[in-house]
Design a protein around this ligand. Structure first.
Ligand SMILES: NC(=O)c1ccc[n+]([C@@H]2O[C@H](COP(=O)([O-])OP(=O)(O)OC[C@H]3O[C@@H](n4cnc5c(N)ncnc54)[C@H](OP(=O)(O)O)[C@@H]3O)[C@@H](O)[C@H]2O)c1
Length: 284
């Protein structure tokens, strides 16, 4: 059955592909853009499809309300919300400035929560609905220098799990998608490193080690984002979706290790992988 779907963060990456693939599958898609002036790729990718771009910065309360009101005015219902918009910032937690931490949480956590909250009354009234939250493998396991991003996605995981229990009796499914590394703008145009990341010499060897590891691993293993958009499109109509769907390079192995190995073993494996090749220089 054709669904009325709102997807956030459709300028690039997963959001762009989800908007197109969901519309190709016959759904009516409202595609949120943080800045409507950046919708050229979305327009090109979705030409001839039932996709309506919407100005939707998820941190903007007026835009959130207007987006939901527009969809309800057009169709009288909203069947599914895909909370895809997300940002990251890399760097040692001590070197992150408060505004950098807050920006990530504003988009990934508060924006997601507030937009979901704006959509729920219509879904509750209909007695059905689906909320698909794009989390990450970093929502299950935190790696050094990704502490801000990981903690925001851990928050998304906790919120989604609680919501799952609260909303199931009301006919609304909450689903988490946990991708590994995929080739999107989060590793390109939108890649953000904390402004003071390299200011403290004690962290420089770790930053350099992770930078090298990260670049080689992402370049070598990152996959086609359409894998994620195909999964999300299936989940829009899946009969009884689970809470969590993990996919992507290394995800199955990592999740099996998390299930089967003691915490100390996991810590040792990560510790060895990220150990700097030279000693920290201490305070500068
Ligand atoms: N790529 C991966 O390997 C990977 C893995 C796990 C999870 N994820 C998650 O997947 C989701 C999509 O990311 P992506 O990989 O597709 O990266 P991307 O290409 O950078 O896409 C992120 C999208 O979010 C939008 N956005 C940022 N701030 C926003 C805001 N305040 N309001 C509305 N939209 C906003 C961006 O728009 P602008 O460019 O205009 O700012 C962009 O369209 C994110 O939640 C990310 O954490 C990605």
């Amino acid at each position: 059955m054709s669904k009325i779907v709102l997807v956030t963060g459709c300028r690039s990456g997963f959001g762009l592909h989800i908007a197109r693939d969901a519309a190709k599958a016959g759904h009516t898609v409202y595609a949120g853009l943080r800045d409507p002036a950046t919708g050229a790729e979305l327009a090109a990718e979705t030409q001839g499809l039932d996709v309506t771009p919407l100005a939707l910065d998820v941190t903007d309360a007026a835009q959130r309300e207007a987006a939901v009101a527009r969809i309800l005015a057009d169709h009288g219902r909203l069947d599914a919300l895909v909370n895809n918009a997300g940002v990251a910032v890399g760097g040692p937690l001590e070197m992150i400035d408060e505004d950098e931490l807050r920006r990530v949480f504003e988009v990934n956590v508060f924006g997601l929560w507030a937009l979901t909250r704006a959509c729920l009354p219509a879904m509750r009234a209909a007695g059905r609905g689906r909320v698909i939250n794009i989390s990450s493998m970093s929502g299950r396991q935190a790696l050094p220098l990704l502490g801000v991003y990981a903690s925001s996605k851990f928050a998304v995981e906790g919120m989604s799990e609680a919501w799952r229990h609260e909303l199931r009796p009301l006919g609304i499914d909450v689903v988490l998608v946990e991708p590994g590394a995929y080739r999107t703008d989060i590793f390109g145009r939108n890649r953000t490193v904390a402004r003071r990341s390299l200011d403290e010499p004690a962290y420089v060897p770790l930053v350099e080690r992770i930078d090298a590891l990260f670049s080689s691993t992402v370049d070598r293993t990152a996959r086609d984002p359409r894998e994620v958009s195909r999964l999300v499109t299936r989940l829009l109509t899946a009969r009884a979706p689970k809470l969590r769907y993990a996919l992507g390079p290394g995800t199955a192995v990592r999740n099996a290790a998390l299930r089967l190995l003691p915490g100390r073993a996991i810590e040792a494996i990560i510790g060895r992988a990220v150990r700097p090749r030279r000693e920290p220089t201490g305070r500068g």
